[in-house]
Design a protein around this ligand. Structure first.
Ligand SMILES: Nc1ncnc2c1ncn2[C@@H]1O[C@H](COP(=O)(O)OP(=O)(O)OP(=O)(O)O)[C@@H](O)[C@H]1O
Ligand SMILES: [Mg+2]
Length: 324
């Protein structure tokens, strides 16, 4: 496999993403601001990227983004960790909130908590005092509130609807007040209290969907549930993105899925799917995401394009290239 870095944005990636000339971009940085990467490439830490991009009009507007699908295995965790690591490279201070008792996001970064370490089910009642002590630093700009099997107790501990409305929201407010730009919530594939509470806190809900018929049925069910939770709790409806994952344009099933979703839910379907790539699982084995790779690849290109669509950073990205 090609060269890897710990989520340092390569200068080459930045050049592609903003569609500017390499010399122009490089000349904007002092020697101290450039980080040498394996393989002779140059990169920018999250902080340096933020300083540069802020100066070029990029907005770092706080957002809570929840990845939800009541069906399992559709790409919620892959999307959470891929989007989070790219956002960090673009300078967003990002916290992953792992709400799934399977703890796949937690495992993906090798941040398994010890028995005495607080997780969501320990901190939601007392967020101001406890949340920041439960967050672990993965990398420059990247943090996680990890999960473990104990979070399955939430279905018992968080049974009161008033608490469900406030639990994830309260935790997110504390994280926001501590200078974060983004929270990414990885949800379990079920309609438990963790998911209900995440819906109540989300500005944007991303529904990753595979292209098969079971997944499309799962999509219908998920959208009905989101609607009913918004009605029950009298919430402003979050923006909804349906993100096709594991897409293969050579298969009819994939192109049919685009037709079905865009006719059933016009306006929700993200206009570019995430294509199938074995790199997601290969990188997971190394406890990393595809954005640790410094070379160009289609797995990075697809999620990069989606990150810019999702975060709408504005500024210099407005006329940026279509490639990451
Ligand atoms: N675009 C893709 N191309 C190829 N494999 C993918 C892609 N997206 C996800 N996968 C693989 O599909 C499997 C399920 O993905 P993931 O764990 O992200 O789904 P999930 O919705 O979080 O599952 P769960 O509901 O169990 O939490 C993983 O093995 C992952 O590596
Ligand atoms: Mg998952």
């Amino acid at each position: 496999m090609s060269q890897e870095s710990q989520y340092i944005l390569t200068v080459d990636d930045l050049v592609r993403s903003i569609g500017r000339g390499r010399d122009e971009v490089v000349s904007a940085f002092s020697k101290d601001e450039l980080t040498k990467l394996p393989g002779g490439k140059w990169g920018l830490t999250s902080e340096v990227a933020k300083r540069y991009l802020s100066g070029k009009g990029v907005q770092y507007e706080f957002k809570v983004i929840a990845y939800i699908n009541l069906k399992g295995g559709t790409g919620k965790t892959t999307s959470t960790i891929s989007v989070a690591t790219r956002a960090v490279q673009y300078g967003y201070k990002t916290c992953i909130l792992d709400m799934d008792a399977q703890a796949n996001s937690t495992l993906a970064f090798d941040e398994v908590p010890d028995e005495e370490d607080p997780i969501f089910c320990d901190v939601w009642r007392n967020p101001k005092e406890m949340v920041m002590g439960s967050i672990r630093s993965i990398n420059d700009g990247l943090y996680i509130l990890p999960s473990s099997l104990e979070n399955s107790l939430l279905d018992v501990n968080l049974s009161n609807p008033g608490s469900q409305k406030k639990a994830v929201y309260g935790v997110c407010e504390v994280i926001k007040d501590n200078g974060f730009d983004l929270i990414m919530i990885d949800c379990p594939p079920s309609l438990g209290t963790a998911v209900i509470s995440a819906i109540c806190a989300a500005d944007i809900i991303v529904i990753p969907v595979c292209c098969d018929d079971f997944s499309l049925t799962g999509l219908d069910f998920t959208l009905i549930e989101i609607e009913s939770i918004c009605d029950t709790f009298n919430l402003k409806k979050p923006d909804i993105h349906i993100l096709l994952t594991q897409f293969d344009k050579r298969l009819n099933i994939s192109t049919n899925a685009i037709e079905k979703i865009s006719s059933r839910y016009p306006g929700y379907l993200v206009p570019f799917p995430i294509r199938t790539s074995s790199l997601y699982s290969k990188m997971l084995e190394k406890k990393k995401t595809v954005f640790a790779l410094t070379a160009k690849c289609r797995a990075k290109t697809d999620y990069d394009r989606y990150v810019r669509f999702l975060l709408k950073p504005g500024g210099i990205f407005e006329n940026g290239g279509a490639d990451g």
